[in-house]
Design a protein around this ligand. Sequence first.
Ligand code: UTP
Length: 292
Amino acid sequence: MQIRKAVFPVAGLGTRFLPATKASAKEILPVVDKPLVQYAVKEAIAAGAEEMVFITSHTKNSIMDHFDRDYELESVLEADGKQELLTAVKDVLPDGINCVYIRQAEQKGLGHAIRCALPAVGDQDFTVILADDLIANGFQPVTAQMHRVYQGYGTSVVAVQRVPESETHKYGIVQAREIEPGVSEIEKIVEKPDPSEAPSNLAVVGRYILSPRIFRLLDKTGFGAGGEIQLTDAIHTLMSEQTVLAYEFEGVRYDCGSKLGYLQANVEMGLHHPEIGDEFRNYLKDFASNLD
Ligand code: UTP
């Protein structure tokens, strides 16, 4: 049971990053030297996906451009003997990987964005990756970890992580019963509950493996928290029909939809970057020693 299709909802307004996201996608913001969406696509490919389905909007053309071949640039790099850069540019989309773009005409929420993927996904289980949740590898990329769980149980899986209790209002929160270390069956899921009403501090983060049944359930899902069609609400209905698992992944997550998380990702991934990591570490040490 290999999942071949990965969906990337990249049509959000990205209001927390305005004005940077006025004319360009949040998911094209770079962490060190690669756009967020490229990390996400690489993660999907590492898990065996072959078709990348982007849910885009009118300000997101840069995403399509990024995944197109640029023969002019490639020939300039080749002529200049810049082999490493040429490889980096070609590696953006390896051979055999197909991209599909679907417009979300109105930003009615994540659930609505996922519903837009139906014509490309059809009747098969699929992966969803929110590129603004950047997850640095644990023992393997997080989507591959989730595929392993999916292969064991053959059912929908959502990635979860413990968050401070004061932050439950920012996430979908689950109540779950553990069935093996790190894997639980979800009993309840609530979108952005107040800390006083949250069933736990186990928060859903931006990785899902979903049954295509979710499309029909999204059709019947009305506007929920924040006036948006919420994926969480459709998952809540899915749970009454099928088992939905929560998987506590291994890896470090950066909430790159927020300014602080984005800066943290740049600093920590910059420290591990093969080209500038050492120099950056020395700079940070000097800089930190002069901070108050
Ligand atoms: P967010 O909740 O981060 O919303 O969406 P946003 O609009 O991107 O950013 P802010 O909150 O205004 O700063 C979570 C994910 O769902 C996608 C976003 O692109 C992001 O990957 N999304 C959200 C859509 O594709 N369409 C929508 O209508 C809403």
